[in-house]
Ligand binder design. Structure first.
Ligand code: PLP
Length: 473
């Protein structure tokens, strides 16, 4: 393809993207398609001959857009928001063009060093210990898996790296603890590491969905007495359902006493540590052994981008470093190759988009947006608390509000679940907003999760109006 063609199409696409980002509200937030509809709209086989880029671009509106759920929509209040900010999009574009393959330092020195620097910037902005070593992965699921792989490696006498775990009568059950609110990625990491799902022990949480440290202590002590080997605790700072924050300082003290690896999952909420006035809720985090925070959640970085920090890069390296002859280099002892710290060999140049985002927003710009989102959530919580027939179901610790409608006299949980599920269905069918649900203490719970760059108060107000209308209907 002649490069003049590239320029023509890139300009055309830049215009198309700017139009899209300028008015995502033209679209229904949730893709209005039935399962299978997108596949059915595509040809059964690949084109036998080359097609023109004009033809492909023309199909963006016809084929692609109907199947898009608009995470960039200001009415996206489901799960946790993830906005593709303009700096992040530009970073992705350059990254695709440069096509760096980070196998070794020499295959992309800028990838390795910018990854170190940007994760260091973020670490410092969050007030974390300066010696923490940072790396980027695709998702929090991968970051947690790698953290727990390091935790498993820490006791070198177990020799799991060389001997594995199967058929070993000398190996006690290795136990990982997290609260009953922790993300399912912890179970998946335990399963993937071959520890056995039963060894991912869910600890009861208190009335505000925080891990109960007394229950954790009792479980660890009982497991030790039973001959098991407590290996790690995963504390969540910003749980998926209600953004509860586990008491990390107390958990850290227990981990230190028993020699447990403490991994902190702050995939969504960790960025709040960038606000000095919010830092108290993270007190004790500096004692963790590893931490995950996802810039692709509340840091305006397009999917995907997760940061894993650890204070024990040596252990992570012991878990994963393996250099075949063809990858040996003369600088390998002095230059950082991230493949020594992860199970993947080649890696994307994710640091570039993070660098764009951190520079283009600056610390003050990020702080202002986080504060704005928290204030919007607090306002929504005030509206809900003040309205008869509605109730809040969890404290608002970050930018998520958990609530439900409870018509007078209705106490049956099954009836309340049907009623609130119907409200959710109706509100989402409007196409104006998209909310999701969870269960807290067995109670069906609606959530408004605020975190999209383009969300303004009027969007939250519209969600609230739609909810009240749906409750009446
Ligand atoms: N941890 C928490 C607290 C989450 O809320 C989520 C997803 O929402 C995850 C981990 C998993 O994130 P990812 O999709 O990046 O693996």
């Amino acid at each position: 393809l002649p490069l003049e063609e590239f320029e023509r199409h890139a300009t055309q696409l830049a215009h198309w993207i700017a139009t899209y980002l300028g008015s995502p509200e033209r679209y229904a937030v949730l893709a209005p398609v039935a399962p299978g509809a997108v596949a059915a709209s595509l040809p059964a086989a690949m084109p036998p001959e080359a097609e023109s880029l004009d033809a492909i671009l023309a199909d963006l509106d016809r084929v692609v857009m109907p199947g898009v759920t608009h995470w960039n929509h200001p009415g996206f209040f489901a799960y946790f928001a993830n906005t593709a900010s303009v700096p992040g999009i530009l970073g992705e574009l350059v990254s695709a063009a440069l096509n760096q393959v980070g196998i070794l330092w020499r295959t992309s020195p800028v990838l390795a060093e910018m990854e170190q620097v940007t994760t260091g910037w973020l670490r410092d902005a969050m007030g974390l210990p300066r010696e923490w070593f940072g790396m980027l992965t695709d998702t929090a699921s991968t970051s947690t898996l790698q953290a727990l792989a390091a935790a498993r490696e820490r006791d070198a006498t177990l020799d799991i790296r060389e001997r594995g775990m199967a058929g070993r009568s000398d190996l006690p059950a290795l136990r990982v603890y997290c609260s009953d609110q922790a993300h399912s990625s912890v179970d998946k990491a335990v399963i993937t590491l071959g520890l056995g799902r039963a060894n991912c022990v869910r600890i009861a949480s208190d009335g505000a969905q925080r891990m109960r440290v007394d229950a954790l202590r009792a479980q660890v002590e009982a497991d030790v007495a039973a001959g098991m080997r407590p290996m790690a605790v995963v504390a969540t700072l910003g749980t998926t359902s209600s953004t509860a924050v586990d008491p990390i300082a107390e958990i850290a003290a227990l981990c230190e006493r028993h020699g447990l690896w403490l991994h902190a999952d702050a995939a969504y909420g960790g960025v709040l540590a960038m606000l000095p006035e919010r830092r108290a809720m993270f007190a004790g985090l500096e004692r963790a052994d590893s931490l995950v925070v996802n810039p692709h959640k509340w840091l305006f970085t397009p999917m995907d981008c997760s940061v894993l920090w650890t204070r024990h890069p040596d252990v992570l390296r012991r878990a994963f470093s393996l250099t075949p002859e063809y990858l040996r280099t003369r600088e390998q002892d002095v230059a950082l190759s991230y493949s020594d710290y992860s199970f993947q060999l080649g890696r994307r140049f994710r640091a570039l988009k993070l660098w764009f985002v951190l520079r283009a927003f600056g610390l003050a710009g990020i702080q202002a947006r986080l504060r704005f989102h928290c204030a919007l959530a607090e306002r929504a919580a005030e509206w809900i608390a003040a309205e008869p027939g509605w109730e809040l179901l969890a404290p608002v610790t970050m930018s998520v509000v958990c609530f439900r409608h409870r018509p007078t006299g209705v106490v049956d949980e099954a009836a309340l679940e049907r009623h609130n599920a119907a409200i959710l269905e109706r509100v989402n069918a409007s196409g104006r907003v998209f909310l999701s649900h969870t269960k807290l203490d067995g109670r069906y719970t609606l959530r408004i999760a605020i975190g999209n760059l383009r969300t303004e108060e009027r969007h939250v107000a519209e969600a609230w109006r739609l909810l009240r209308e749906a409750a009446q209907a």
